[in-house]
Every structure is written in C-alpha cells, then in structure tokens.
Ligand binder design. Structure first.
Ligand code: NOJ
Length: 468
C-alpha cells in the first residue's frame, strides 16, 4: 500500500487569467495577452471558467471533493491597472472575497503574484527585460503582502519563469511573439529571478507572516542515446535553457561555471549576450537560502539528440499528435520516436522523469527546504456523455506521477503536497478550450460544472491518502 504523509496537501491549481474571465470588468487593466489573443488566436480568455463570479461554486466543490488546497493567482492588473500607481479598490476587494471564501471552505489558498499576466502598460515597455519592471513588481508584491498578509500562509512570486522566457522569446507563442532570441531568453530568466530575489528579501526583512517560494517548471531532459557524448551534451544544454540556469539563480545565488559555459556555447551558436551585474549577483546570493519552498510544475520529459542545422520550433497548439518540432542550432533536437506514451499535444508521459527531477533538486540544491508539486496533470479532449465524464487516462496519469512522488519521499525528498492542474477546466494559453485538465468539467457555454470520474477518484485519494 502506498500512503502519502498525514499533512499532505491534495490541491487543485488555477491561474487568474485562465479561470476568471471578466478581463475588462470592474477596473481591471489590460494585459498583453488580451491583444495577443485578439491578433493571433481564434479564442479569448472571456469568459474562461467565470471564476470571477463562480469562485464560491468552485470552492464549494473543492471542499466536497476533499481538495484541501487551491493555487490561485492575483491578477496584477486588477490591483494596479497600469502596473503601478493608482490602486483599483474593486480588484483588491475581489481577492479578499476569494481568500475568505477559501478559508471558509477549509481550502488553503496558495497565492501566486504573477502567472504570465504582466499588465500591458509594462509589457509593452519590455516586460522584465526592462529593469524598471523589477521595481514595479516588488512594489506590487509589497502591496499584496500588506493587504492580504494576515490571511495568506503561502506566497509564490512567479509561476514558471522558464516557460515565460521560452514562450516570449524562443518559441514565440507568448506575447510579444519573438522567436529564437537567446539574449532575451536568458535576460528574462535572470531579471525575473532578480525580481524574485528582491521580493523574497523584502518579505523576510519586513517579517511578513507566512511562507514564500517560487514555482519552476522542471521538465526532465534525457539524451536520446546515452552512450553518445554529443546527445548527452544536447540534453545538458537544453536542461540549462529550461531548468538549470534558473535553479542556480534560485538556490546557488550564482551561475555555476558549467552553466555559464553552456550559456556561452549557446550564444556562440545562435548569437546573444547577457547583462549580469555585480549588484545583481549580490542580491541573488543574499536570497538563496530564504526560499521557504520550491513549487515544481512537471508535465513531461524530453529526449534530446545533437543537432547543428538551422533552428526550427513548431508549437502543436491544436492537439494533432506528431506535429511538434523543436530543434535548436548547436543545442539539440527533441526526438519523439522513443518508447514512451505522449499526449495529443506531444508531451511525453514519463513519471520516472518527475522522480529523477526531485532527486536532482535534493542532490544538486541541498538548501531547498521543501517542495510542493504545484502542477501536474493530463491535457485531454474530455467528452461529456449523459452527464458523465469518464477520464480514466487522467486517473492513470495522476496515479503514476503520485507513485513517483511517493518513491521520492521514501528516498528522502521533502515533498509536502500535490496540486493537480487544474481544479476545473480552464482556458489554455496557446491551445484554447479543447485541451482540458480539470477535475470538474466546465461547459463553457452554460458554465455548468460536472465532476469527472477523476474528481471522485481524487476525493477517495485525499480521504485515504492511499494511492490506489
Ligand atoms: C503550466 C502553466 O502554469 C499553466 O498556466 C498551464 O496552463 C499549464 N502549464 C498547462 O499547460
């Protein structure tokens, strides 16, 4: 029998822009995504899952189904419509109401301050490539700590710094849609880590109550042929882009020689440079032991083969399996013909990858303190038939990944909770609405919620703590 620890959090994750809708209601400022979706995609984030109005319904369902934690994010532009300056009282009030309701339902809120949604007024000035953004973020965070501090126990600065740099400046699937620009990728990673470090320092200096951490998306990278040194190097370089550079900043407070050698190699092949200042490194170093927890979002592993041709990335946004392409000059290419199942969006399902990543954090960054799996789940084209949703593949997915988490705990990794992405079906940034992840099915026309088979399974899991 596999049993998870007594105080384990069995959570559900959401994010403001993906759940709330009401993108222009009650004084909310625009975000870059509003314009980007209008210009490039066939859907919008309105009304998404209408969490803005229906949060009492979702939190009641959470309580009924044993979900004892919820990840929500605060939309920066609901609080400061322009990113700084004038405060929007209605936005402030909304999050008081959501947090109060969560506590009323016995669902612990884990609050993220930034989940991909920089206010447009700041985004158009360069987002985090513009160092002024760092200061505005810290001011916004300080406001939230003071406003909500007495009712929030868990704060997260950023959600997925890695995929932001990747989506905005490498794959070009996030606004401003720039491709293959490695200066911007690494500068965005670095500046956001700096904003994180400054915020954590402020949090601790001012003795705000509760805990603070950051959520990183850690995908595990393996060489296609582990006997081939060129493939081993490809996996390492891809790991540096997506994981290691950011983990070094978080827990070493500096970039290791090996990491920088990799970054410089990528710059030599693709062009690029970085602005790293002594004062930045001092701040990263001062914050490295102040993180109370690390949130890990994990969905996939990748197999990398050496590659020296021209860079080409194609993002499969439609769920047509086999349409993805990812190859970067002098780094490597993703290979899909390995004996591993994948989702319709070409995400390789490999629970061992989560185990390996957890062990890696423990071994390479022993000052990590504790971990929450802040996102994991299966993107699936769920169908509702006769009022029922049979999503057995999602149950199997979660069960297998939780088994890997259980094994990591046995092997000494301090994991304290798991949040399934997502609590209810939500809007998906670059996929729209046919990629569903929720425990609760959402009819996006009527906004009616229907618990899926996985919700009943999750309830049983949360009650017994046994993975079966
Ligand atoms: C990670 C992101 O945090 C979330 O916003 C996204 O929808 C999920 N991955 C699934 O792609």
């Amino acid at each position: 029998m596999l049993k998870l620890p007594e105080n384990f959090i069995f959570g559900g994750a959401t994010a403001a822009y993906q759940a709330e809708g009401a993108v222009d209601k009650d004084g909310k400022g625009r975000v870059a995504w509003d314009t980007f979706l209008e210009e490039n995609y066939w859907y919008s984030a309105e009304p998404a899952s209408d969490f803005y109005n229906r949060y009492p319904v979702d939190l009641k369902l959470a309580e009924e189904f044993g979900v004892n934690g919820i990840r929500i994010s605060i939309a920066w532009s609901r609080i400061f419509p322009k990113g700084h300056g004038k405060v929007n009282k209605k936005g402030v009030e909304f999050y008081h109401n959501v947090i109060d309701e969560a506590h009323k339902r016995g669902v612990e809120p884990f609050i993220t301050l930034h989940h991909f949604d920089t206010p447009e007024a700041l985004h158009k000035n360069g987002d985090f490539l513009n160092r002024q953004n760092i200061e505005y973020f810290v001011e916004y965070a300080k406001f939230c700590f003071e406003e909500y501090g007495d009712k929030v126990n868990y704060w997260t600065t950023f959600n997925e710094i890695g995929p932001i740099g990747d989506g905005q400046y490498l794959a070009g699937k996030f606004p401003p849609g720039i491709k293959y620009d490695f200066s911007k990728v690494f500068q965005s990673h670095h500046n956001m880590m700096l904003a994180h470090a400054k915020t954590v320092k402020l949090f601790k200096q001012n003795n705000y109550p509760g805990e603070i951490g950051v959520v990183h998306a850690l995908q595990t990278k393996y060489p296609y042929d582990k006997e081939n040194p060129a493939d081993v190097r490809a996996a390492e370089l891809e790991d540096i882009i997506q994981n290691k550079f950011i983990l070094d900043a978080t827990y070493n407070g500096s970039y290791s020689q090996r990491t920088m050698d990799g970054v410089n190699h990528i710059f030599e092949a693709n062009g690029g440079s970085l602005d790293l200042r002594d004062e930045d490194m001092k701040i990263l170093n001062e914050a490295k032991d102040l993180n109370d927890f690390l949130g890990i979002n994990h969905y996939m592993s990748d197999w990398m083969r050496a590659y020296d041709g021209e860079t080409e990335i194609f993002h499969n946004s439609t769920g047509d399996e086999g349409t993805s392409a990812y190859r970067i000059k002098g780094v490597g290419e993703k290979v899909f013909d390995v004996d591993v199942p994948r989702t319709d969006w070409d995400w390789m399902i490999y629970p061992q990858g989560l185990y390996d990543q957890l062990i890696r954090v423990k071994e390479e960054y022993p000052n990590y303190k504790k971990i929450y799996i802040t996102e994991n789940g299966l993107g699936y084209k769920d169908e509702i038939k006769d009022g029922k949703v049979d999503d057995q593949p999602r149950i199997d997915y979660i069960k297998d990944y939780l088994t890997a988490v259980h094994k990591a705990i046995q092997d000494g990794v301090n994991v304290q909770g798991y949040f399934v992405w997502s609590l209810m079906d939500v809007f998906s940034w670059s996929n729209g609405y046919n990629k569903r992840y929720g425990l609760f099915y959402v009819d996006f026309d009527t906004q009616e919620r229907t618990p899926k088979k996985s919700a009943y399974w999750y309830k049983e899991l949360a009650e017994s703590k046994e993975i079966k």
